[in-house]
Design a protein around this ligand. Structure first.
Ligand code: SF4
Length: 690
C-alpha cells in the first residue's frame, strides 16, 4: 500500500490507460517509473504512461458531488446527491417500469466495477438497458472470434510471442502511437529477420516501420483479406493437414474467395496486385506467423465479417492454436478484455456467459441470491441504447460510469441531444467531462491509483491495480456508490471493498468461458498476473488457449464464408471524400483525462484535419488554415495538416476532441452492433474566418 502523494512508499501497479496495461511504480508526488517485471512492457512506457501521475493532482479534479440547481451544477453533499439519484430512479421506474432507467459503463473500469455495474443493473434496477463503450471498441473482433473459435480472448497467446514471429500481419492498427511499448515485440521479431506487413489507409508511424504497407481504400479490408486467401489457396499454401484435423467448413471457402483474384482486389482496394502477391508469399512461407486485427478493420458496418475473413486466412495457413503463431485482436481500452467478461454488456452475464442461456442465469442468480426469473433479458446495444434515450418508449434516466459518450459515440451531436432529452442524467467521473457537463448529478469518482482492483490486459492476463495514494477527501469509489445506491433501492448483497467484490466475481465466473475462480488477490500479488481461464487455485492459468482444441462443441475451429460489400455510406458527388478517424500518440480515447495533462496537451493541443498535398491544393488549403468537414450528420472545423501519409481520396481526423464524431456514421454491424467509425463520406472546404 502507498502512503499517499508525498508519502515514502513506491507502489507497483499498472497504467491507467490502454489495454497493454504497462507495469509502473507510483512513488511520492505521483512520480511514475516503469516496471521491468511486466512482460508486456518490460521497462518501457509511452508518454501517456510517464505523465499519468499528473492525473492524481489535476486541478480540474472533481472533489464533491454536483447537482444541477437553477440550470447550474452546484456542489452538494453525498447524502443530497444519493437521495436525489434514488428519488429519480424510483419516480421514473414507477411511471415507466424498470427499463425506464438505463446504465452505461466503460471499458476502462476495473473488473470489480464492471461486475458490480452489471449486477446493479440486473438486481437493484432490474433493467435490461445496460451496455458500455466497449461495444464501440472490440465487439466485431469478439463476435468473429466467438463464431470461429467459440471463445473470445483478444490475444489467445502472450504478447511476447510476437517477438518470435517470422511474419506479422497487422490490419488496421497504429500501435506505434496507441501503445508504443507493443512495438518492442514487433521490433524484436524484425531484428531476428521477421517481416511486418501493415494494412492501413494511412502511412502511420506503424506503417513506416513495416516491410510492406498495403495502403488500401477505407472500408475495403474485407476484400483485401479475401484476396490474400485467394492467393494462399492458388499458390498451394493452405495447410491441408491442419485444416483436416482442426477445422470445419473448409469445403465452401475456396469457392467463396474464387472471385477475389488480385487484379479485381486491386480495383476494389487500390492495393497493387504485386503487393498482394508479395504479402501472400510472405504469409505462405513456413515459420511462426501471426495475423492481428485492430479498430481499422473492425469498426466497420461489416466488421465481424472482415475479422472473420482474416481468421479464415489464419485458419487456412494453420495458425490458430499453433505455438508461436495465431490470430489475435489488439484490444484498445485499458480493461477492454475484462470489461467484456463480467456482465456490463447488454447480452452477457459474468464469466462471459450469455444472458439468454438458462443454465447461465441459474448459476449467476444463485451467486447473487435472486430468482433467475427476476433477471432481465438482453437489452439494446450501446448505440441503440443511447439513441433511444428520452424518446418514445425509451429510457428516461441514464447512469454513466467511466464513459464520455457525448464525445466518443458516433453521430455525437445526435447523442448529445438524446442525453439532453432525458428526465435525469447522472455521471460518475474524475473530471467534468463533456457528458458530465450535461448531467443533473455528477459524482466525483476515485481513479486508478486511488483504489484497488484488477484489470485484464489484451492478452487475457489478470493484473492487480493497487491503491498507491489516498483519494482526495470527498471522493468515493464507484463500488461504494453502487453499493450505497443498491441499499437505498432495497437490494441486498452489494459489497463495497474491491477484494470482496472480486471474491464474488470469482464465484460468479466459475464454470464460464472466462473462468477466474482460481485467481485471487494474494496469488496475483505473488505471481504478478494470471491468464484466464483459471478454474482452480492449483491451476497454472492458460497463457495459450486453443493448443489442443477450440472452444466449439466439436473442438474444431469454424470457417465461415463471407463476402465483401461496400461501406454503408460510399463517396458521391455531394460528399466526395472518405473520412477515417483514429488516435495520436499523446492523447487517449475521448481525451477526458489526457487533455487535462499539461505535457500531453502541449504535445497534442488540438484536433486537426489531415489532407494529402494534392487534395489541399485542389481545395486551396494551406497548413494551419481552418478546414470545415461536413458529413450527412454534422460539421466539424479544425486546422489543416498536410501530409503525404494520407491518401488523396481520404481525410483523417483524430477523435480525442469533440468534433470528429459529429461526422461519423451510425451504421451498425448486423452481428456485433459496432458502428462504422472508420469510414464515411464527407466534403471539405475552407472554414469562413471567425
Ligand atoms: Fe503502456 Fe498504454 Fe499506458 Fe502507454 S498508454 S504506458 S502503452 S499502457
Amino acid at each position: 500500500r502507498g502512503a499517499g502523494v508525498g508519502g515514502p512508499v513506491t507502489t507497483p501497479t499498472h497504467c491507467p490507460y490502454c489495454a497493454l496495461q504497462c507495469g509502473m511504480n507510483v512513488a511520492a508526488g505521483g512520480v511514475i517509473t516503469p516496471r521491468e517485471d511486466v512482460p508486456a512492457n518490460g521497462g518501457a512506457l509511452c508518454q501517456k504512461g510517464w505523465t499519468a501521475g499528473e492525473l492524481l493532482s489535476s486541478p480540474e479534479r472533481l472533489t464533491t458531488p454536483l447537482m444541477r440547481t437553477g440550470g447550474e451544477l452546484v456542489p452538494v453533499d453525498w447524502e443530497t446527491a444519493l437521495s436525489r439519484i434514488t428519488g429519480e430512479i424510483r419516480r421514473i421506474q414507477a411511471g415507466h417500469g424498470p427499463d425506464g432507467v438505463a446504465v452505461f459503463g466503460g471499458g476502462g473500469l476495473t473488473n470489480e466495477k464492471a461486475y458490480q455495474l452489471g449486477k446493479f443493473a440486473r438486481v437493484a434496477l432490474r433493467t435490461s438497458n445496460i451496455d458500455y463503450n466497449g461495444r464501440f471498441c472490440m465487439s466485431s473482433a469478439a463476435a468473429a472470434a466467438q463464431r470461429a473459435f467459440g471463445l473470445d480472448r483478444g490475444l489467445p497467446f502472450p504478447v511476447t510471442d510476437l517477438a518470435r514471429a517470422d511474419v506479422v500481419l497487422l490490419a488496421g492498427g497504429n500501435v506505434a502511437e496507441t501503445m508504443p511499448p507493443f512495438v518492442r515485440h514487433l521490433a524484436e521479431a524484425r531484428r531476428r529477420g521477421g517481416r511486418l506487413i501493415v494494412i492501413d489507409p494511412r502511412e502511420t508511424a506503424t506503417a513506416r516501420q513495416a516491410d510492406l504497407h498495403l495502403r488500401l481504400t477505407p472500408g475495403t479490408d474485407l476484400a483485401l483479406a479475401l484476396g490474400l486467401l485467394h492467393l494462399v489457396i492458388a499458390d498451394g499454401h493452405a495447410d491441408e493437414e491442419y485444416i483436416a484435423a482442426r477445422t470445419t467448413g473448409w469445403a465452401e471457402i475456396a469457392s467463396s474467395v474464387s472471385a477475389y483474384w488480385p487484379e479485381r482486389v486491386e480495383r476494389v482496394t487500390g492495393v497493387p496486385a504485386a503487393d498482394l502477391r508479395r504479402a501472400a508469399r510472405l504469409l505462405g512461407a513456413p515459420g511462426n506467423r501471426v495475423i492481428l486485427t485492430a479498430r481499422g478493420a473492425e469498426q466497420q458496418s461489416k466488421g465481424t465479417d472482415t475479422v472473420t475473413a482474416f481468421i479464415n486466412l489464419a485458419l487456412a495457413l494453420g495458425l490458430p492454436g499453433t505455438p508461436g503463431s495465431g490470430w489475435g485482436c489488439v484490444t484498445g481500452q485499458g480493461n477492454g478484455q475484462g470489461g467484456r467478461e463480467h456482465g456490463q454488456k447488454a447480452d452477457q452475464l459474468p464469466g462471459y456467459r450469455r444472458i439468454d442461456d438458462p443454465a447461465a442465469r441459474e448459476h449467476v442468480a444463485r451467486v447473487w441470491g435472486v430468482d433467475p426469473a427476476d433477471l432481465p433479458g438482453p437489452g439494446p446495444s450501446a448505440y441503440e441504447l443511447l439513441d433511444s434515450l428520452g424518446g418514445e418508449g425509451g429510457p428516461r434516466a441514464l447512469l454513466v460510469f467511466g464513459s464520455n459518450p457525448a464525445v466518443s459515440a458516433p453521430r455525437a451531436g445526435r447523442i448529445a441531444r438524446r442525453l439532453r432529452a432525458l428526465d435525469f442524467l447522472c455521471v460518475s467521473d474524475l473530471v467534468l467531462s463533456e457528458t458530465a457537463a450535461l448531467a443533473d448529478v455528477v459524482l466525483p469518482a476515485a481513479q486508478w491509483a486511488e483504489e484497488d482492483g484488477t484489470m485484464t490486459n489484451l492478452e487475457g492476463r489478470v493484473l492487480r491495480r493497487r491503491r498507491a495514494v489516498e483519494p482526495p477527501p470527498g471522493v468515493r469509489t464507484d463500488l461504494w456508490v453502487l453499493a450505497e445506491l443498491a441499499v437505498r433501492l432495497g437490494a441486498r448483497g452489494f459489497r463495497r471493498e474491491p477484494y470482496d467484490v472480486f471474491e464474488e466475481l470469482r464465484r460468479a465466473s466459475a464454470g464460464g468461458a472466462a473462468d477466474y475462480s482460481g485467481i485471487g488477490y494474494e496469488r496475483l500479488d505473488r505471481e504478478g498476473g494470471v491468464f484466464w481461464p483459471c478454474p482452480a487455485e492449483g491451476h497454472p492459468g492458460t497463457p495459450r488457449v486453443f493448443l489442443d482444441r477450440f472452444a466449439t462443441p466439436d473442438g474444431r475451429a469454424r470457417f465461415v464464408p463471407v463476402d465483401h460489400r461496400a461501406p454503408a455510406e460510399d463517396v458521391d458527388e455531394e460528399y466526395p471524400l472518405y473520412l477515417t478517424t483514429g488516435r495520436v500518440l499523446a492523447q487517449y480515447q475521448s481525451g477526458a483525462q489526457t487533455r487535462r495533462i499539461r505535457p500531453l496537451a502541449e504535445a497534442a493541443p488540438e484536433p486537426f484535419v489531415e489532407l494529402h498535398p494534392d487534395l489541399a491544393e485542389r481545395l486551396a488549403l494551406a497548413p494551419g488554415d481552418r478546414a470545415r468537414v461536413t458529413s450527412r450528420r454534422g460539421t466539424a472545423e479544425a486546422p489543416v495538416r498536410i501530409s503525404t501519409a494520407i491518401r488523396p481520396d481520404t481525410v483523417f481526423m483524430p477523435f480525442h476532441w469533440p468534433g470528429a464524431n459529429l461526422l461519423t456514421s451510425d451504421a451498425l454491424d448486423p452481428v456485433s452492433r459496432m458502428p462504422e467509425f472508420k469510414v464515411c463520406a464527407v466534403r471539405v472546404q475552407a472554414a469562413r474566418p471567425v
